[in-house]
Design a protein around this ligand. Sequence first.
Ligand code: NI
Length: 179
Amino acid sequence: MVTQAIVKMGNKKLATPSTPVANFKNPLSGCPELALLIQNMKDTMIAKEGVGIGAPQVGCNKRIIMFGFDENKRYPNKQPVPFTVLINPQYRPLSEEMIDGWEGCLSVPCIRGLVPRYLSIEYSGYDLQGNLVTRLAEDFHARIVQHECDHLDGILFPYRLKDLKEFGYEDELGEQIYL
Ligand code: NI
């Protein structure tokens, strides 16, 4: 297992829009660097107890995200989300309905904020074999996808806060952040 240092808020890479992965129809063939990047992202996400990660968080401005968990200590009351790698991901809301939820980020350690996200989305992207994956998602699953896609556009969750009072340290905010 090779874990990468997680880039934290303030680092310019996190504020930089990422570029699409070229040759995405079979992204891993003949591209050991990309395979290694994705493996490093996975190892790092698991080691840091993340529910998702974007390539910029390991210092690479490529449009790659991954997410998923069965059980997670940082989000103990959430339903499982299937482990998914998406290259060049996109999403669209299925309605205008937004829902507030507490979010954290490995690049903003020990902090949570209440962030509005679309309740239901359709997302797509390419998997490791170059197949197009398209799924519908709601609630926390949809929230993670929106959060990770934001990373690819240089957006961190604190930029989306409606109220700075609903933002703070995990150990001060208490149990509400785990509901
Ligand atoms: Ni994040």
